[in-house]
Ligand binder design. Structure first.
Ligand code: ZN
Length: 84
């Protein structure tokens, strides 16, 4: 079973989205889970680039879709998500 990885044309994550793992960094990856027995937020987790790398292997079992916006780390993106 393969995991669908989506690189959005326009970023959907902005500075208001924070990493669910460290709670301090801006989120650049949204993970939609196949099932989530303990989550109350609809089975979506947000990760900063660092935490996603750290948990990526373990997440493979549960992930339905990954929205990876780490590519925006190399571009200047304003807080509202629009490219400058
Ligand atoms: Zn983090």
């Amino acid at each position: 079973m393969s995991v669908q990885v989506v690189e959005a044309q326009a970023p959907i994550l902005n500075a208001g989205h924070r990493c669910d793992a460290c709670a301090s960094s801006r989120a650049y990856v949204a993970v939609i889970l196949k099932w989530s027995p303990t989550l109350r937020n609809g089975g979506e987790l947000l990760f900063c680039a660092h935490c996603f790398r750290k948990h990526e292997q373990a997440l493979q079992l549960f992930v339905a879709q990954v929205i990876d916006e780490r590519y925006t780390l190399t571009k200047h993106v304003q807080d509202d998500g629009h490219f400058e």
